[in-house]
Design a binder for this molecule. Structure first.
Ligand code: GUN
Length: 277
């Protein structure tokens, strides 16, 4: 079974659009982009387009690649203090000269729609999340939409990043999976991966996951956005080689990616609702 993230995201965006309309609210998202990385610019454009589609207002702050940490912090603080802004998204990665941790920590937790602030991650760990990071939360939505059982299942997350691997593991744990986190120093990685009923790969290496790493019938979630030898977009998973062995699998493109943006929209609406509570 192909897990069609694009279709799920379309469905969720349509539902969200109606919910926003019925709420009478006009949520607003601010994005901050530093520098001119074409991939980051494209992602931010896609986020603004999604906002427009569902009835969320959006403003984009663009800072030059040589902006100092102080300059970025100033922009974030201004957005924190702007009562018309409900959600703030600082597009990552930031240029080398900017202190990413200080910038993320400066975002007001009630506007942290990316879910990267330590408050958001701490709440997630405590089992009382407000904003979970969009990519792993979007994956939970895909699993839910396709009724893939999680409780008691063995989940293996490969990758331990703050934005994907760690929160993914905690979300699966909170849903009662038995969770293993693997990373670059894991011994017997293949063996660990082969035990997974749900395998999430967030490694960033093209065609890293082959059929020998996948248990027959497993659900395989591919978070990778890589380029193959021909420069074509591909995931972490060797899709053609794995698809017949997996019980269910997300493609790249059209799997996890669209869900990240749909979840960002859902988080922004939640931020707007929280403000009125
Ligand atoms: N860069 C790549 N993915 C993301 C994301 O989900 N949020 C932000 N802010 N930056 C990213």
């Amino acid at each position: 079974m192909i897990l069609d993230g694009k279709a799920v995201s379309e469905k969720r965006l349509e539902i969200l659009k109606e919910e926003i309309e019925e709420s009478g609210l006009y949520p607003r998202l601010a994005t901050v982009i530093v520098g001119e990385d074409p991939a980051s610019q494209m992602y931010v454009r896609m986020k603004h387009r999604a906002c427009e589609r569902v009835g969320i207002g959006s403003v984009g702050i663009e800072l030059p690649a040589d902006a100092t940490t102080e300059r970025v912090l100033e922009a974030v603080v201004r957005l924190n203090n702007d009562p018309d802004i409900n959600g703030i998204l600082v597009q990552l990665p930031l240029p080398d000269g900017v202190d990413t941790t200080r910038v993320i920590d400066a975002v007001a937790p009630e506007k942290d729609v990316d879910g990267f602030h330590p408050c958001s991650l701490g709440r997630l760990l405590a089992g009382t999340p407000v904003f979970a990071p969009c990519t792993p939360q979007g994956i939970m939505t895909i699993l839910d939409e396709y009724n893939i059982p999680i409780r008691g299942r063995r989940a293996v997350v490969v990758g331990r990043s703050i934005d994907v691997g760690r929160p993914m593991a905690v979300l699966l744990l909170n849903a009662d999976a038995t969770v293993t986190i693997c990373h670059s120093k894991t011994e017997n990685l293949e063996e660990e991966m082969r035990r997974a009923d749900i395998l999430v790969s967030a490694v960033g290496k093209a065609k890293f996951v082959g059929p020998e790493m996948v248990k027959e019938g497993a659900t395989v979630i591919d978070v990778g956005i890589n380029q193959d030898e021909q420069g074509k977009l591909c995931g972490d998973v060797d899709f053609e080689a794995v698809k017949d062995r997996a019980g269910a699998i997300t493609p790249v493109p059209g799997g996890v990616g669209p869900m990240t943006i749909a979840t960002l929209m859902e988080n922004t609406f939640r931020a707007a609702k929280l403000r009125t509570c």
